[in-house]
Ligand binder design. Structure first.
Ligand SMILES: C[S@@+](CC[C@H](N)C(=O)[O-])C[C@H]1O[C@@H](n2cnc3c(N)ncnc32)[C@H](O)[C@@H]1O
Length: 158
């Protein structure tokens, strides 16, 4: 950021997603976001590192409630494409590596569970899709069906 950021518009905060109200207040106190204008909140490659018992949907519901109407929520999340035993085994192997060798466990969620995370926000086109299918810039991408990660952008009703 030192090299490329605009100090009038860009800043970084070290904070915990689970802090909810405190973190949101710190963001507002920085003054870089106008809470009267639509805001784009990026929750990218984050929630699949948060197991169900930590209830990642609760802070997200709080953040959604703070966003002004017309705001956008961009979300990506690991989701298995199939119940194929081979894919399930491969996922268990990868998830095991996260549990044993990384700082956070890996949790895949079903499409319905991920849709529920956006609450009453409405997905803009093309919806919640396999990530390579989200507005691809070329046809030369990996097979969407093998992505096992979905993404979408949802708008808060005006
Ligand atoms: C895969 S990275 C994604 C980073 C970024 N969103 C991106 O797409 O490039 C996951 C990030 O989540 C951060 N993270 C994990 N738990 C967090 C928490 N409770 N609060 C804030 N950040 C957290 C990790 O430190 C890591 O930087």
């Amino acid at each position: 950021m030192e090299d490329t950021a605009d100090p009038e518009r860009h800043y970084a905060l070290f904070g915990d997603y689970f802090d909810g109200e405190d973190l949101w207040q710190r963001v507002l106190d920085e003054g870089g976001i106008d809470p009267d204008e639509p805001i784009c909140l990026l929750i990218v490659t984050l929630l699949h590192f948060m197991p169900d018992e930590r209830h990642p949907e609760r802070p997200l519901a709080y953040y959604r409630a703070q966003l002004p109407p017309g705001s956008l929520l961009a979300l990506t999340h690991v989701s298995l494409n199939t119940e194929d035993d081979e894919v399930q085994d491969a996922f268990r192997t990868v998830a095991g590596q996260y549990t044993n060798r990384a700082t956070l466990p890996l949790t895949q969620r079903s499409r319905d569970e991920i849709v529920a995370l956006v609450g009453d926000f409405e997905f803009v086109e093309p919806g919640l899709v396999w990530l390579p299918d989200w507005r691809p810039e070329s046809t030369d991408t990996i097979d969407a069906a093998e992505a096992n990660i979905v993404g979408g952008v949802a708008r808060k009703p005006v």
